[in-house]
Design a protein around this ligand. Structure first.
Ligand code: ZN
Length: 133
């Protein structure tokens, strides 16, 4: 598989204002837009950093994956996403290597990206996303 770059870092925050307090007010990153992915019960806010982005993740429902994450672990780093050249090829290669996957086929993420998550038990505890756009 060809990994092109770190696409974004996903950071779970209780709400956007709370997230902006550090990432915008202290770090000076500019919020360039938000997008709600209903299927995932999440609103993502993009703060570009060079070739990558910080992506703040805000739950839109108390039973969404980000709400559950915050309930269990508190707010903070949630996942890292790598941009790959071809996500279908990458998933086939990962399966061939016996890597546990949360998504065996790509689904649609924010920004029209095709995304898939690897299982943290296969990555040493890090939730890894691969994306193609
Ligand atoms: Zn992501």
């Amino acid at each position: 598989m060809k990994v092109l770059k770190i696409d974004h870092l996903g950071i779970a925050v209780p709400n956007l204002d709370e997230g902006k307090k550090f990432w915008s007010d202290v770090m000076g990153l500019k919020l360039e837009g938000t997008e709600t992915v209903e299927e995932q019960k999440v609103t993502t806010a993009f703060l570009p950093v060079g070739e990558s982005e910080v992506e703040l993740l805000v739950s839109t429902a108390p039973d969404g994956p980000i709400a559950k994450f915050i309930e269990k672990k508190g707010p903070g780093f949630q996942h890292v996403a790598f941009r790959v050249e071809n996500i279908e090829e990458a998933l086939a290669e990962l399966q061939e290597k016996g890597v546990a996957l949360i998504d065996k086929t790509p689904r649609m993420g924010a920004g029209g990206a095709k995304i898939a998550f690897l299982h943290p038990k296969a990555t040493g505890g890090v939730l890894v996303e691969i994306s193609e756009r």
